[in-house]
Design a protein around this ligand. Sequence first.
Ligand code: ADP
Ligand code: MG
Length: 437
Amino acid sequence: MQYERLVTWAHGEWQTRWPQREAIAIWASPECSNMVAQKLMKPNRRLRGKARFLGVERVDCPVVTPISDYGAWGKKMVFTSSAGALVFRFDSDNGPFEVLYVSAYFDDEVQDLSAIALVPPDRLETWAQFEGLCARAVRPKIQRRRDVYIIGGMDASFDPKVAWDDVILPDDLKTQLVSDVDSFFEDGVEIYRKLKLAPFRKLLLAGVPGTGKTLLCAALAKHCIDQGRVVVYVSGTDRDGASFEKIQRAFQAVANARYPTLLIVEEIDAYLRGDDKARILNVMDGVESPNNPRGSLLIATTNYPEAIDERITKRPGRLDRIYVIPTIQDAQQAEQMLRHYMADQWDISHNAVIDRLIGQPGAFVREAALAARMLAARERLTEVSLDMLERSIDTLTVQMTADRDFLVQRRPIGLDRAPRRQSGFGGLAPRRRTDEE
Ligand SMILES: Nc1ncnc2c1ncn2[C@@H]1O[C@H](COP(=O)(O)OP(=O)(O)O)[C@@H](O)[C@H]1O
Ligand SMILES: [Mg+2]
C-alpha cells in the first residue's frame, strides 16, 4: 500500500525530530499542501484550543517526488496543488507543537492527491480546524450577486431583472422555451430519476450576435428565480476567459445548490477553441454533468449558428434541444421592436423604415432608435422625425459595413472544418477564421 510508505517514513522522521512526543497518524486533507491555501493562511492566525498557526516549512522526503500544479486562480496563474512533505508549526498556551504532513499522488492516471499527517493526539481538534480552513481557502469562489451566482469575472453584462415582455421574439418561440424550462423542473426531474438518469437537460440558444440571447437568458433567469430556483451564470467571454475550470466551478455551485438550478453558460463556443474542447463535448454528452438530484437545466448560448454541425446535432444525447434565435423576421416584429425602443417618441411615420429592419438583429434596432432619439435631444426637439431615424440607420449601416471590412474577427468554434458564411448583423455576424486555414 502506497500510504504505508508515507506513514512509515513520517514516523521515522518524527522520531528523529521529536523523539519525546507522541503522534497519531491520520488521513489528512490534500488542500493543506495547496500553495494557494499556504499563501492565504497567515501566520498568527488564531485557532481552537488556544492555539496559533506559526508557519509552514518544506521537508525533504525521499518517498515522495515533489510536483505541483500550475494553473489559473482567478485572473492569475499560480502554483496550486502540490505533492511533498511539510511541517506545520503551531503555538499554544501549553507551548509549541508541530504536525508532520505528507501528500502524494498514488496513481498516475488519477490526478488526486492523498495526504497523511502525524498529529499530537491532544492537538487533533486544532489540526482539524486548520484543515478545514485550508480547504475553505481553496474552495472556488462563487460570488452571489442578486439571486444569481456569477462564476468568474464580475463584469458579466447580465441583469436578471429583464421582464419577459421586454424580449421581442416570435411568440411561439418564447412559449416553447419557457414551457421547456418549466416542464423539466415540474415533471422532468422525476421522470429522469425514475429512469435512473441524472436529471440534467441541455438546451442551446443559437443565433447571430445581437438577437437577444443574453436578454432571453436574463428573462429566463428572472422567471426561474421567481419560482424559487437557483440560477448559476457563467460566460466564456468575460475577463476571466474560457477555461474548463470555470465550468467545474459552476458545476460545483449547481451541486451545492440543493435547489433546482438553471445553469447558464454563455458563448459556449469560446470553450471549444482550446484544450478543453473534449471536456465541453463531454458536458454536452452528459458524461460530465453537475450532480444535483433536484435537477439542473443547462442553457448554453452561441453566436455561431454555423457551429451547430452534425457532430452536435446528430449525436443522440448531446444537447437535447437547439433553439435558433432569429433576426427580425417580418414587418410586424420589426414594428414591435422599433416601437419598443422609440417608446413614447414613436410616430406612425417611422413605419417607413420597417423594411430596412427586417433581417437585422434586435440590437441593431435598439441602437438605431437610441441614436435617433439622441439626435433629436441634441437639437432640443421632443419629436423624432423620420429623417433623423433614417440618418441614424444610414450611419449605423455604414459603420457595420466598415467593421465587416476592417475587423478581423475572432475565430469561431472548431467543430466544423469548412468555413461557412452567414448573413446578419453587419460586421458582427460574418466571422472570419483567423487561423488554422
Ligand atoms: N429580441 C430582442 N428583443 C428586445 N431587445 C433586443 C432583442 N435582441 C436584442 N435586443 C437589444 O439588444 C441588446 C443586445 O442583445 P443581446 O441579448 O446581448 O444579444 P446576444 O446575446 O444575442 O448577442 C439587448 O440588451 C437588447 O437591448
Ligand atoms: Mg450575448
